[in-house]
Structure formats: structure tokens, C-alpha cells
Design a protein around this ligand. Sequence first.
Ligand code: ADP
Ligand code: ZN
Length: 209
Amino acid sequence: MKLIFLGPPGAGKGTLAVLVSETYKIPHISTGEIFRAAIREKTPLGLKVQAIIDAGQLVSDDITIELVRERLGKDDTKAGYILDGFPRTIPQAEALAKIVEIDAAVNFDIADDGVVARLSGRRVCRSCSQNYHVDYMKPKVEGVCDKCGGELYIREDDKIEAITKRLEVYRKQTAPLIDFYRSVGKLTEVDARPSSAAVLEEFKKLFPL
Ligand code: ADP
Ligand code: ZN
């Protein structure tokens, strides 16, 4: 199953993608994660994109498309995958259509006030990238990852100025993808407001194993 996860930042796409990836045994491909790993490792790509990402802006289509093309060329993608955070612009969607035909684009729907509450409370594990939330998904020990014991931190782009910018970018550049996939009959809508466990149940009904 080849899936795209759409929705505003903070909709819980990444969290759901991890759960769906484990349940359906398909890789979770997050462009945001790939960029953050590159920044952490100070690769040439990481050095190029760090300031852009910290400010809540989008990395150029050229760089992002090339990155995804390479990733989709790897062996583990044969049985399917979840693309989380890509495509994010119409040119990216058009480029993807030339690389592969996806089965469905799942739109995780949530209003702006919900987004701000989620992003401003988000904490991320430095070692394994697991997401937590200070109110909705607390780790057992504050500041420590349940899965690997790594340190939890606040993403630079989860600070309020960057959140506002990301929502603006989302509305302008990414929201049009909803109509793009609806018009080709590939759009599935999911209410992203309930807990991630509840959203996963809803997802399993929509895409039976
Ligand atoms: P979120 O969905 O929480 O906003 P991501 O982890 O998906 O965050 O992405 C973080 C940042 O990485 C984005 O704000 C953007 O700067 C960059 N990025 C990720 N995916 C793309 C993409 N497809 N095109 C351009 N920039 C991207
Ligand atoms: Zn961890």
C-alpha cells in the first residue's frame, strides 16, 4: 500500500505514521525526519536546510524531490510505504506522480487552535525521534524517552513564531493538495482530533489489513 499522509503541522501525521508503519509493516518515510537527521549529522544537505527549517519555511522543491526520488529507489519500498510530509506543494505532487502511482492520500483534518495546542506541547526524542506531548502523551519520566531512554527536546520550529509561519505556509502551499488528490479520486478524509489510538482504529476501518 502506497500512502500519502496530508494535514497541517500538528495534525498527528507523524505519530499515526509510526503506528500505521508498525501495524501494516510498511516503512514510514518522513521528509522532515530525513532533514532533521541531516541537520543533526551536519551533512552538506543538513547545513543547507537548517536555517530554512528552523524558520518554519519549506525546503526547495528541487532538493526535496531529489531526496524522495532517492529514498523511493531503495529496496524496502517494494511492498509500499507511508509518505509523511511529502508532497507539500503542487510541483512536488506532480513530480511524485511521475515517479509512482500512489493508492491513497489520507488527509488528517484538524482546526488551527488544535494545531497550536499540539505543537507547542510537543517533545521529541533526540535519539529515536519518538514524539510525546506534555499533556496528551506524557512520557513515564519527564524529559526521558520511554522507548530508548533518550533526551526529549523542543523542536526549533515548534516555537510559536515558527508555528505561525508553518500554518501560513501550509494554507498557501500544502492545503491545495487536498483538492489535487480529491480531483483524481484518491482522497480519504480522517478526523485528526481524537487520540492517536482512536485515529488508528478509524484508519484500520478505512484500510482493512
Ligand atoms: P510538520 O509536519 O510537523 O510541520 P515535518 O517534520 O514534516 O514537520 O517537517 C519539518 C520541516 O521540514 C518543514 O517545516 C519544512 O521546512 C521541511 N520539510 C519537510 N518536508 C518538506 C517538503 N516536502 N518540502 C519542503 N520542505 C519540507
Ligand atoms: Zn527515544
